[in-house]
Design a protein around this ligand. Structure first.
Ligand code: NAP
Ligand code: ZN
Ligand code: ZN
Length: 346
């Protein structure tokens, strides 16, 4: 066993505190990663606060992990000691169901093994990236492009792929009008990636507070959703809208912003169900869809795309001792635009 340490929540809504625990010794196909940085996703907060139900404690959160390989199992072929690598939201899947075989491990029919707040099929509990080290099967490890800095790449492992996947699937590109609801961790990655794909990008934010940033990130337009005129001027406008908001919004109002055959993709995960009217869907043959992170091959493709376009996250680097304060700021939509923990502070 590898004795290690991190920060954990002991119970739902508890503050994160220093925590000692063990990782398994590397098996044949495992790599041991010394974690250098870990992003802070709103999903960490939802789970620490048990907002989705079923959280298991103690919980070491963190699924935007980057670091350096420090040891490898005897049969590892993809990575060597010293490689710069990342780990995202899951660390195993059944590898044999239809989804796994097609490269959509995130939708594994047996259920993927999430990086934390989950367990392996043999019962081993998973603990996430707010920690010194992690042991992961090489098949679930990503390679970071040499051109990207480690710290600002961490959020690509969840926020980056969560926006890249639907933007690619619904063909964001030249001539397409994309709207992004919410300029937070996910939203700001969506603006950068959609812009790099060549789409026209509009940010739909609660206020104009983040307008200058939005334009710097690549947005063509920046509109306030508390301003009624937004819903008049952008009626029948968008090909694709991605909703990244962590709380419930009235999705019917946004459905009316789609042009014919346009799609709204839900990626934000509030705990309460949403209510959808029939008319806003029917008129214009609109579609309402969802999307969840991405498979391993697609995540690697996203990292390579970001490497090629020089895309990383805009981050606020924090010490792990600031994590509880950082959670409060994320909940208040007061992060520009992702907190990343410098694990040297642990
Ligand atoms: P975040 O950084 O907190 O960003 C969410 C943004 O939504 C905020 O910055 C804010 O943007 C807007 N917002 C917040 N509260 C709002 C409200 N009451 N009404 C309207 N807008 C509001 O969170 P994140 O890390 O990007 O994650 C966003 C959501 O996606 C979370 O629910 C998370 O669990 C989920 N998620 C899903 C996946 C997936 O695979 N589908 C992956 C990762 C995360 P403005 O200030 O611009 O309004
Ligand atoms: Zn996440
Ligand atoms: Zn599977």
């Amino acid at each position: 066993m590898i004795s290690t340490r991190g920060y954990a929540a002991a119970a739902a809504k508890a503050e994160l505190k220093p925590f000692h625990f063990v990782r398994r010794d590397p098996k044949d196909h495992d790599v041991v990663i010394d974690i250098k940085f870990c992003g802070v996703c709103h999903s960490d907060i939802h789970q620490v606060r048990d907002e989705w139900g079923g959280s298991v404690f103690p919980m070491v959160p963190g699924h935007e992990i980057v670091g350096v390989v420090s040891k490898i199992g005897t049969k590892v072929t993809r990575y060597k000691v010293g490689d710069r690598v990342g780990v995202g939201c899951f660390v195993d899947s059944c590898r044999s169901c239809d989804c796994c075989r097609r490269g959509f491990e995130q939708f594994c029919e047996k259920g993927m093994v999430q990086t934390y707040n989950s367990q392996y099929y043999d019962g081993e509990r998973t603990m996430g990236g707010y920690s010194k080290q992690i042991v992961v099967d090489e098949h679930y490890v990503l390679r970071l492009p040499d051109s990207l800095p480690l710290d600002a790449s961490a959020p690509l492992l969840c926020a980056g792929i969560t926006l890249y996947s639907p933007l690619k699937h619904w063909q964001a590109g030249p001539g397409k009008r994309v709207g992004i609801i919410g300029l937070g961790g996910l939203g700001h990655m969506g603006v950068k990636i959609a812009h790099a794909m060549g789409a026209e990008v509009t940010v739909l934010s609660q206020t104009l507070r983040k307008q200058t940033d939005g334009q710097r990130l690549g947005a063509d337009y920046f509109l306030a959703t508390t301003d009624e005129s937004t819903f008049k001027t952008r009626r029948n406008y968008f090909d694709l809208i991605i909703n990244t908001v962590s709380a419930n919004v009235d999705i019917n109002r946004y459905l009316e912003l789609l042009r014919m055959d346009g799609t709204i993709v839900i990626v934000g995960i509030p705990s309460a169900a949403m209510s959808v009217g029939a008319f806003p869907l029917i008129m214009g043959r609109h579609r309402l869809a969802g999307s969840g992170i991405g498979g391993i091959a697609e995540t690697q493709e996203m990292l390579d795309f970001c490497g090629m376009h020089g895309i990383v996250s805009d981050i606020e680097l924090i010490k792990i001792q600031q994590i509880n304060e950082a959670y409060e700021r994320v909940v208040k939509s007061d992060v520009r635009y992702r907190f990343v923990i410098d694990m040297a502070s642990l």
